[in-house]
Ligand binder design. Structure first.
Ligand code: SF4
Length: 319
C-alpha cells in the first residue's frame, strides 16, 4: 500500500476534490456537496445487499457519508446525501470505527460517496492500519470523480464499485444536476481500471461497474455496457433493477415509474450478447439487507489509537 497519498487537509481551504471544483473554503462554509470542515456520517451498518463477494458472512461495513457531489432527483438517501443530515466525527473516531468493523467480522469496508471526505479517510486508514486494520476497502462511487483526485489516493482503495448512471450529459443535467456526467465518468472509470484492473474475487481487488436500469432507457444502459465491453470484458457488471421513483422523480414523466420486466430483460440480453458477466440485482425491498451496529468507540479505544500514532511518529523521528 502507498502510505504517502498526496491529499492534504489543506485542500479544504479551496476545495477541488470533485468535478464541481467549487473552491469553497470548507473551514468556514459548506460546499455544493454540503460537506464542511469535519467528516460527517449518516450511519455505519452491516450491509448484506451489496454485490455477493463484497458482503459475504456478516456483510459489508457500509459507511454512509453525508453529502454528495451529485444531486439525483430520485436519490433514496436524500436526507443525508443532499439535505445535510448526519453528525460530525473526528478522524480518530473514524479510524476506530474502521477497526470495529473488522472486529465485527465485516467482509469489506464499504465507503459510500466518500469523495468530499478523502483527506480524513486517508488519515483514518493510515491510523487504523497501524493497529492491524486489513479489510479490503471499497470505494463506492457515482463515478462523478476527478481523475486528479483518484490519482492522489492510488494504492488506498482495493475495490472500485463504480456506477454508470447515464451515458448522455443532458440526462445527467436533468436528473442529477451535473452538466458533464458522461464526459467525466468515462475518464474516471478508465482511471479506476488503470489502478486496479477488473475485479478478482481471489485477490479481493479490482473494478466492478454498477448500472441501475432506469425507465425509458434514461440510463443509456446499452451504451454503458458497450463502454465496459470495450474497456475489458472481464470487468463484472452489477445490473440493478431496483429503481424506485422517489422525490422529484414522481413528477417526471420519463422516470415516474419502476422499470418493466421487459426493460430489465432487454438490458440483460445486451449484457449477455456482449459476453459480459456479473450479478443481477433484483428488487430487494422485501428483504432486510442492512443491520445496525454499534460502531462508536470508547475513549480508551481512541486513546490506544492516538498512542500508537504518537509512538509511530517518534519511531520515524528517531530513525
Ligand atoms: S467535494 Fe464538495 S466542496 Fe469540494 S469541490 Fe466538490 S462539491 Fe465543492
Amino acid at each position: 500500500m502507498d502510505d504517502t497519498a498526496d491529499i492534504d487537509i489543506e485542500i479544504l481551504k479551496e476545495c477541488t476534490l470533485c468535478p464541481r471544483v467549487c473552491r469553497v473554503d470548507r473551514t468556514r462554509y459548506i460546499g455544493m456537496c454540503t460537506a464542511g470542515r469535519l467528516p460527517k456520517l449518516s450511519n455505519i451498518v452491516l450491509h448484506k445487499g451489496e454485490e455477493p463477494p463484497l458482503s459475504k458472512g456478516m456483510g459489508a461495513s457500509a459507511v454512509f457519508f453525508s453529502g454528495c457531489q451529485m444531486k439525483c432527483i430520485y436519490c433514496q438517501n436524500m436526507g443525508f446525501s443532499q439535505r445535510g443530515v448526519g453528525f460530525e466525527i473526528t478522524v480518530e473516531e473514524l479510524a476506530c470505527a474502521f477497526l470495529k468493523a473488522q472486529r465485527g467480522s465485516a467482509s469489506t469496508l464499504d465507503l459510500v460517496s466518500p469523495t468530499p471526505y478523502l483527506p480524513w479517510i486517508i488519515k483514518a486508514l493510515d491510523m487504523s492500519r497501524k493497529c492491524g486494520f486489513n479489510l479490503p476497502v471499497v470505494y463506492n462511487t457515482s463515478s462523478y470523480e476527478r481523475v486528479d483526485t483518484l490519482r492522489k489516493i492510488e494504492g488506498y482503495m482495493d475495490i472500485y464499485l463504480a456506477d454508470i448512471r447515464y451515458t448522455d450529459n443532458q440526462m445527467g443535467m436533468k436528473y442529477s444536476k451535473v452538466p458533464d456526467y458522461w464526459d467525466i465518468a468515462q475518464k474516471a472509470v478508465h482511471e479506476m481500471y488503470r489502478q486496479v484492473g477488473p475485479f478478482d474475487e481471489e485477490r479481493m481487488k479490482g473494478l466492478i461497474v454498477r448500472i441501475l436500469v432506469l425507465p425509458n432507457n434514461v440510463s443509456g444502459h446499452e451504451k454503458a455496457l458497450e463502454f465496459v465491453a470495450n474497456l475489458d470484458k472481464d470487468i463484472p457488471i452489477s445490473l440493478m433493477s431496483q429503481y424506485i421513483p422517489h422525490f422529484g422523480a414522481k413528477e417526471d414523466e420519463m422516470i415516474n415509474r419502476k422499470i418493466t420486466k421487459d426493460e430489465y430483460e432487454s438490458a440483460l440480453d445486451k449484457l449477455i450478447a456482449l459476453d459480459l458477466d456479473g450479478w443481477m440485482q433484483l428488487d430487494e425491498k422485501e428483504k432486510i439487507t442492512t443491520f445496525g451496529v454499534d460502531w462508536r468507540c470508547s475513549e480508551s479505544d481512541i486513546q490506544k489509537l492516538v498512542t500508537e500514532e504518537i509512538e509511530e511518529r517518534e519511531r520515524s523521528f528517531n530513525g
